[in-house]
Design a protein around this ligand. Structure first.
Ligand SMILES: [Zn+2]
Length: 111
């Protein structure tokens, strides 16, 4: 399973970028929070978008941390559901993926 050091670098870079993006989004949401919206104000949608983005970014951050942990445990790149290797191409696109495509699509189908 690939180069551990390189994978860690990729994950750490992704982590730093996510943190930066999160701080940026948070700041804009906080800034907007001072503003009093009227009904049907398009700013409300923007603010909700920002909050949703912050949430998805923090979920991403948790996934990256999880992947780093798994790297330390030597189980990085293995599906947490079935234990099989996750497709390397999938990991290249989504280095913090913890499910193989098969398990992920099965989970989504049951969601
Ligand atoms: Zn799986």
């Amino acid at each position: 399973m690939g180069d551990k050091k390189k994978t860690r670098e990729i994950l750490l870079r992704e982590r730093a970028e996510t943190l930066e993006e999160m701080n940026f989004t948070k700041k804009s949401v906080e800034y907007e929070a001072d503003y009093v919206y009227g009904e049907g104000d398009p700013g409300i949608v923007e603010r909700e978008k920002g909050m949703a983005l912050t949430q998805s970014l923090s979920a991403k951050l948790a996934a990256i941390d999880h992947a780093l942990e798994r790297l330390d445990q030597g189980v990085y790149g293995l599906c947490t559901e079935c234990g099989k290797e996750i497709n390397p191409e999938r990991l290249e696109v989504l280095p913090y993926a913890t499910l193989c495509i098969k398990c992920k699509s099965e989970l989504e189908r049951h969601a």
